[in-house]
Design a protein around this ligand. Structure first.
Ligand code: ATP
Ligand code: ZN
Ligand code: MG
Length: 500
């Protein structure tokens, strides 16, 4: 149960102290229909009084009709009543007090929320008391913008997360067991052989000619075995992602700890930067604190999920039905994530390379195409890379981030993770995934079809570092030991750069 306790004042354009009986009559006989939902009344008027041009009212409710919703309806009805009969208008509605009690089994870890004075847990209820006094207070305008309802949704989604933080994971398929000739850490091995070197940034590598050729071979295999036969067309998606994109894609709800932020200079006037240049040239140290003052707020971040910035191409557009399903891919640049401290090898890096597939069509199109893709991937892993791998059904990122509310229209949405074994530590790593995003993006970016059919989309991200980690950890660097079909794609090992 959720209980609402709300005190508000209506400020009228004229004195209403003589109209007590009018209000009394209205509250006794006129409000039932506006406080009604599914023939249940959820709201009660605890008391009210008039004073000058002010009507003070105290509402209590459960979640059938939330008190904040009741207040919006009351304002409308009172405006009609007073305007029509007495030529008096409602000038303003003030929120004097607002408290919400949410009955819960356990606490949620939320310490501060906008417009909220305090949030605490008393063993039975989460008590949310809104700020009705300070500069950041909740006003009627926020009530109209459904801020209280969003706060309730946020708490509910945190509650749903609770205990279920180990996300849903269900094995779908696993390839046959294999004997592994090789049993070393793929990163160490490549480092030792000079295939890769550490980049200057955390979680960043410089790929030498051999490793690069390996990545390009993976891409060629996906291209020849999957993208070309299935009619995918190449595009170039932007790699600097402004907030607006993540607001529409949903990533703005939770991506903050993991992104690399991008800040432009406050001005490109060379004079403004003169002191920075001079300091560097004299001290040979980059004055980062000074630079911090001279750059603007972040406009967004570096590519995190790859497909969101594609959707700007279709935003607000209507797609001709004869071209559905649309299938495109991008491998034009890097993705960046501020990963947790324990990163060491190429399997979890801050800068990675990924091929991203996106397909758009009707629900049937999307589900059908996902099956075709799964077959193609299976063929690649079974017959060409010949690795030990498996698939699992997992909580899709957008459900993990946003909670599972209001997603019934998304029935059929979900993510398949592809994992491979790294024998040296006997662990499984996620090498790619395949997501059915339902209406997540088509709604977020307002994309319609010509015949008004609901549009769905899917996407799949093939991680080249992860493929390399899986393949090398199972086969090592000796080309002689690699599977025949793979070698046919790989052809010649390029010469590496030898150092003394
Ligand atoms: P993980 O749980 O392993 O961190 P994820 O669920 O964060 O993976 P997604 O957000 O689903 O990964 O990204 C899709 C694909 O991008 C992954 O399957 C993987 O191939 C690749 N990827 C994601 N993060 C990294 C990373 N830090 N380093 C290398 N590849 C990555
Ligand atoms: Zn995607
Ligand atoms: Mg991750």
């Amino acid at each position: 149960m959720i209980y609402f306790d709300l005190k508000a004042s209506f400020i009228f354009t004229k004195d209403v102290s003589d109209l007590y009986d009018v209000f009394d009559n209205f509250f006794k006989n006129g409000v039932d229909k506006i406080f009604l939902k599914n023939s249940e009344i959820g709201v009660s008027i605890e008391d009210f009084n008039t004073n000058g041009n002010k009507l003070k009212i105290h509402l209590k409710s459960n979640q059938v009709v939330r008190a904040n919703e009741a207040l919006i309806r009351l304002k409308k009805e009172l405006s009609n009543l007073m305007g029509f009969e007495f030529k008096i208008g409602v000038r303003e509605v003030l929120i004097d007090f607002f408290n919400i009690k949410i009955e819960v089994d356990n606490n949620v870890n939320i310490k501060t929320l906008p417009y909220v004075k305090s949030i605490d847990y008393d063993g039975e209820y989460i008590n949310v008391t809104f700020d009705t006094e300070s500069e950041q207070k909740l006003t009627f305008s926020e009530v109209e913008k459904r801020i209280p309802d969003r706060i309730i949704s946020l708490i509910k989604s945190k509650l749903a997360d609770y205990g279920g933080k180990s996300e849903h994971w269900e094995l779908l398929w696993e390839s046959e067991d294999k004997e592994f000739e090789f049993n070393e850490d793929p990163t160490e091995t490549m480092l030792n052989e000079g295939w890769i070197k550490r980049g200057y940034n955390r979680g960043q590598w410089i790929y030498g000619t051999e490793a690069t050729h390996l990545f390009r071979t993976f891409e060629k295999i996906v291209l020849k075995e999957l993208l070309e036969p299935l009619g995918y067309r190449e595009m170039i998606f932007p790699k600097l992602v402004p907030w607006e994109v993540w607001m529409k894609s949903g990533h703005a709800q939770g991506v903050y700890p993991e992104i690399y932020y991008v800040c432009p200079p406050k001005t490109r006037d060379p004079e403004y930067w003169e002191d920075v240049k001079n300091i560097y040239n004299i001290t040979k140290e980059v004055p980062v604190d000074l630079i911090k003052e001279k750059i603007d707020v972040p406009i967004g971040g570096m590519c995190y999920a790859q497909c969101p910035s594609f959707w700007g191409f279709l935003q607000g557009e209507t797609l001709a039905s004869d071209q559905l399903p649309i299938k495109v891919y991008d491998h034009s640049g890097t993705s960046h994530r501020y990963e947790s401290g324990g990163i060491h090898g190429i399997e979890r890096v801050d800068e990675f390379h990924r091929l991203e597939l996106v397909w758009i069509g009707t629900k049937e199109d999307i589900l059908e195409h996902a099956e075709i893709l799964k077959d193609k991937y299976k063929h690649i892993f079974e017959d060409i890379l010949k690795i030990k791998w498996r698939t699992a059904w997992v909580t899709p990122w957008f459900m993990a981030q946003e909670g599972k509310f209001g997603l019934s229209e998304m029935e059929g949405a979900g993510t398949v993770d592809y994992e491979a074994l790294t024998p040296y530590n006997n662990k499984w790593i996620e090498i790619q995934n395949l997501s059915i995003n339902a209406t997540k993006y088509t709604k977020g970016f307002n994309v319609k079809s010509q015949n008004n059919k609901v549009l769905w989309s899917g996407c799949s991200g093939v991680g080249l570092e992860r493929w390399a980690a899986a393949f090398i950890s199972q086969y090592g660097l000796n080309i002689e030991n690699w599977p025949k079909k793979f070698r046919r794609y790989f052809k010649e090992m390029p010469k590496g750069i030898k150092t003394l």
